[in-house]
Design a protein around this ligand. Structure first.
Ligand code: IPE
Ligand code: IPE
Ligand code: MG
Length: 250
């Protein structure tokens, strides 16, 4: 796949991250229980995974369950855990057939044991796929991520594997969940709220951010195209001046 030819102006983001919000409100609008909203959200996710793979996105990171979502009523949390287990059971073979590599980020030790096992199996089965990486953020929080990275680094310092002077931004990055994956180019949040809700705090430092009022279960490939159009019009400066970015691209 030749990115230079297929994506000449860099108009398709290489790494897309999505905060899939609005399932509960969609259900309420349709007079259905919240779980029906989450189920409809899975359908949207399937469509958007396909559309991103078609568009030659390299990494798609979906925020499915946050560290703070554990505080929802037990009934909803349990239903969501059962839904994750069911979706993995149903979808992994198809994802694999389509060349998608699955990865999970988050405090997986807090998930039900069967789900941990499904996650591990899905990661192993799809590890060699190269078409697109689908990164699922489950039991994930940006603050959790920075904390676990800090703990890993502190451990290495205490055992003498690392010196304090070795700690720089690249080293912190490598200990975060995205590790060697590039930062998201585009963050999309559906459902109308304009906040990050403890998603990838470190890695979103220079992401372009598109807020969509569409509730996640109603978000489709047309909404995705709108987000890509927004992205294609952004001029990314990374703190430099316009003419410096042009010069470095030559
Ligand atoms: C997002 O939809 C899915 C999860 C957080 C699991 P919500 O469940 O937050 O839906 P709203 O925001 O209440 O509409
Ligand atoms: C963010 O949505 C988390 C996910 C989409 C998984 P929330 O619904 O949990 O966020 P808040 O509570 O509105 O900030
Ligand atoms: Mg919400």
């Amino acid at each position: 796949m030749n990115k230079e030819v297929d994506n000449p102006a860099g108009s398709i983001p290489r790494h897309v991250a999505i905060i899939m919000d609005g399932n509960g409100r969609w259900a309420a609008q349709n007079g259905r229980p919240r779980l029906a909203g989450h189920r409809a959200g899975v359908k949207s996710a399937r469509q958007i995974v396909e559309a991103c793979a078609e568009a030659q996105v390299e990494i798609l990171t979906l925020f499915a369950f946050s560290s703070e979502n554990w505080q929802r009523p037990a009934e909803e949390v349990n239903a969501l855990m059962r839904l994750f287990i069911e979706v993995l059971q149903r979808e992994v073979a198809t994802l694999h057939d389509n060349g998608i590599r699955l990865r999970f980020i988050g405090a997986r030790e807090n998930l039900p044991t069967i789900l941990q096992k499904r996650i591990e199996d899905a990661e192993n089965k799809t590890a060699a796929n190269t078409r697109m990486t689908l990164m699922l953020a489950v039991a994930f929080g940006g603050r959790w991520d920075i904390t676990q990275a800090t703990r890993q680094i502190a451990n290495k310092v205490s055992t003498g594997e690392l010196d304090v002077e070795d700690i720089d931004e690249a080293m912190v990055s490598r200990h975060l969940s995205l590790a060697t994956f590039d930062d998201p180019d585009l963050l999309i949040r559906t459902g109308g709220e304009k906040r990050v809700s403890n998603f990838l705090l470190w890695n979103l430092a220079y992401s372009e951010i598109h807020f969509s009022d569409t509730l996640w279960p109603a978000f489709d490939s047309t909404d995705l195209a709108t987000a890509f159009e927004f992205f294609s019009q952004r001029q990314r400066r990374f703190g430099q001046l316009d003419n410096q970015k042009e010069a470095s691209a030559d």
